[in-house]
Design a protein around this ligand. Sequence first.
Ligand SMILES: Cc1cc2nc3c(=O)[nH]c(=O)nc-3n(C[C@H](O)[C@H](O)[C@H](O)COP(=O)(O)O)c2cc1C
Length: 189
Amino acid sequence: MTLPHIAILSASVRTGRNSHRAALFLRNLIVEKNLATAEIIDLNEYQFPLFHERLMYQDDPLPALLDYSRKIKEADGVVIVTPEYNGGYPASLKNAIDVLYPEWQKKPVAISTCSDGDFGGNQLITSIQFVLWKMHVLTVPAMFPNPHVDKAYDEQGVPSDKEGTEKRAMYFLKELLWCIEAGQLMKKK
Ligand SMILES: Cc1cc2nc3c(=O)[nH]c(=O)nc-3n(C[C@H](O)[C@H](O)[C@H](O)COP(=O)(O)O)c2cc1C
């Protein structure tokens, strides 16, 4: 059986960011548990400019943008790991979502939020869900909030509460895997 491929979109480009720790954790867990193949798409590595037009209408797109587009298109499912900034999600992520369109359509996407406060970024869920819904994304109805993300993981993404964090993450990832499988069954019909 071929494993599905999950892309983990790490959205923070802030100097000294901490939400990337959750992205590392999820990537490592997916691989360790043999749930899927996994890779991190790191917006901080891409350092995208603010896009003036969607990729499909650009005449001479950046190679990095084509690479990003291909990775989203080829992934069977995507986990977005995003910090909460003032109750919303960062401009880096909106820029990266809006520049694509066909790549997102019918893509199973699960959202993991992060903050350094008690609520783990969950205030941004409704705003991002609405944007993704408008783009015909299959958003997964499970959450993986990460409160106090700076203390919940070390810099390599090793959780301080291994058992509890893995239990919550497995529930979240299994929901995503269910949606991936359901989508694949529908395509075969
Ligand atoms: C512009 C900005 C706004 C923020 N707003 C919030 C907020 O509304 N609620 C919250 O709990 N944390 C907020 N934070 C703190 C982030 O949750 C914290 O930096 C966390 O580590 C996740 O972001 P990071 O990956 O960029 O580090 C904010 C941080 C920044 C830079």
